[in-house]
Design a protein around this ligand. Structure first.
Ligand SMILES: *Cc1c(COP(=O)(O)O)cnc(C)c1O
Length: 523
């Protein structure tokens, strides 16, 4: 027997799953189910969480293989009907929406190719594609000269950015870089550990500064990086839902007085809660003055850079040190794509790790700068969207969604039963329902406030259960006030028109009438 000969497995049933012939019939079935799902009317089934627990109750791994038919039935009956129809035009409460149809075909290609971006030996062309895409995005935000990109695009040691599985890991990468770079003067944090470096530097406390609207991923990252969530200095927002830059400045000065080390300031471009964009011009000046790393979390709102009409929201973006953008939000890629860009590509060296057996120092291996190891060639989706839409298409798509959001917000603002809570800078805003007897009342007492909150919670939950329309719900405190329950609109789906939005509100009016009549049967 030759050492390359393998044991005879030709007769084993599972070998059929590694041949192509089996696939086509499954393909047809999956395509049928996919089309059914895409044309579904409701957002979800009325199935309760308890029922789902029963449906997915504990089971052992089956001893014997089940048939492909059984498996497809299971998907058809137990899985798909109880998913969320995120592509519904009435689903206007989250950042997940309808994808362009070409992403479905590409996902099949991606699986067929099964490249692993960790190193060149498992991802050849896609390694270079990823660098090219990072260059395109870097240029869109930082607009450096072409000589810069000639030098940096395929630089062995530098990186214009890193592609990640999402915004959380993109933020983690940026803050890791900021932590290590800002302390590099005292030693190598990644090597020696934070405790030792801080002791050596005689630093008592190490902080990250962000606004009260920062995404909770920043908290997670502080925990993960050993900085500690207690060391997140949270700055309140002002009337425009932007970080209060006066208080920001004061806190920075306090840090200096106390000899606290500031790892980074995190600014927001498109806050998750209400879509607000921080005042980058002022923040960038402050960061520069105090020599602090400025990270921009533009996971949601970054793509407005492609809109001539709204790119002013990102003015001075070229001054920030790093930017997070999510591919799977407003760049319409399937789940699992984030991007972090570095203004200065040499900074990426701070987070470089190599391993002799796999990631070589002087290689193009993307794994060098990446927190994640094995990962898919998600840049393929970015290539598709950037090429098939172009700046113009992406800009128009964003403008359409922003215009729908603004129209809906002004409708709510002029309505008598709903109250607009935040006016949209782009395509996210907050509002709530106000019961009839509490309208036009300047002073509302504590129990009335509680009543309004309860009505809005019940309203949102009932609508979700009915599965026709959907907005999300949050607890929000307007500058300086105690928090209230707010309904949240996110217009992300290009198929959502103003009319769809009105239908969602109409359904809410009906629900709320029923709730109130039930509570006060005689009124
Ligand atoms: C969505 C979001 C994140 C987190 O991104 P994930 O892709 O969910 O990990 C971070 N920041 C902001 C502002 C976001 O909107």
């Amino acid at each position: 027997m030759n050492s390359f000969d393998s044991p005879n497995t030709e007769n084993q049933f599972w070998m059929k799953y590694f041949s192509e012939t089996q696939e086509s019939s499954l393909d047809e079935e999956i395509e049928r189910l996919s089309l059914e799902h895409l044309t579904a009317q409701s957002i979800s089934s009325p199935t309760s969480e308890n029922e789902l627990q029963e449906l997915f109750d504990f089971q052992e791994v089956p001893e014997e293989a089940r048939s492909l038919n059984d498996f497809v039935h299971q998907i058809e009956n137990c899985l798909i009907p109880h998913t969320i129809n995120t592509g519904s035009p009435y689903f206007i409460g989250h950042m997940t929406s309808q994808l362009p149809s070409f992403t479905r075909s590409l996902s099949k290609l991606m699986t067929t190719l099964n490249q692993n971006q960790v190193k060149l030996e498992t991802a050849k062309s896609t390694t270079f594609l990823e660098r090219q895409i990072l260059g395109m995005l870097h240029h869109s935000f930082y607009g450096e000269k072409s000589s810069f990109y000639k030098e940096q695009l395929f630089h062995h040691h530098n990186a214009l950015g890193v592609i990640t599985s999402g915004g959380t890991i993109a933020n983690a990468t940026a803050l890791q870089l900021a932590r290590d770079h800002s302390l590099a003067h005292y030693g190598d944090v990644a090597q020696q550990g934070l405790t030792k470096i801080l002791a050596q530097a005689n630093i008592e406390r190490c902080v990250v500064i962000c606004s009260s609207l920062a995404h909770y991923s920043i908290k997670k990252v502080l925990g993960m990086l050993g900085l500690g969530q207690d060391n997140l200095l949270v700055i309140p927002i002002d009337q425009k839902q932007q970080i209060n830059t006066q208080i920001l400045l004061q806190r920075i000065q306090e840090c200096q007085t106390n000899n606290w080390h500031i790892v980074a300031i995190v600014a927001l471009a498109g806050s998750t809660e209400c879509g607000s964009y921080d005042d980058l011009a002022t923040i960038a000046d402050i960061a520069q003055q105090y020599n602090i790393h400025l990270h921009l979390d533009a996971a949601w709102g970054g793509p407005v850079i492609f809109s001539e009409k709204y790119k002013h929201l990102l003015s001075h973006v070229e001054q920030v040190d790093s930017i997070t953008i999510d591919g799977h939000k407003q760049l319409y890629s399937p789940m699992g794509l984030g991007i972090v860009l570095f203004k200065n590509p040499t900074l990426a060296q701070t987070i470089r790790v190599s391993a002799n057996y796999i990631i070589r120092q002087d290689s193009f291996d993307l794994g060098k700068n990446s927190l994640e190891g094995s990962r898919p060639a998600m840049a393929v989706y970015l290539q598709a969207i950037l090429q098939l839409f172009g700046k113009q298409g992406l800009g128009e798509l964003l403008e359409k969604n922003i215009s729908t959001a603004k129209k809906l917000a002004s409708y709510i603002d002029t309505s008598t039963d709903f109250e607009l809570l935040t006016s949209p800078q782009a395509n996210i805003f907050l509002y709530r329902y106000i019961p009839y007897h509490l309208r036009a009342q300047p002073l509302i007492n504590q129990s009335d406030k509680k009543y309004i909150d309860q009505i809005n919670i019940k309203l949102q939950e009932t609508q979700k259960k009915q599965g026709q329309g959907f907005v999300s719900r949050t607890k929000f405190s307007l500058a300086g006030n105690s928090s209230i329950i707010a309904l949240r609109v996110v217009i992300a789906n290009p198929l959502t028109s103003f009319k769809h939005c009105l239908q969602v509100l109409e359904e809410q009016r009906k629900i709320v009438n029923e709730i109130i009549t039930k509570r006060n049967p005689r009124s």
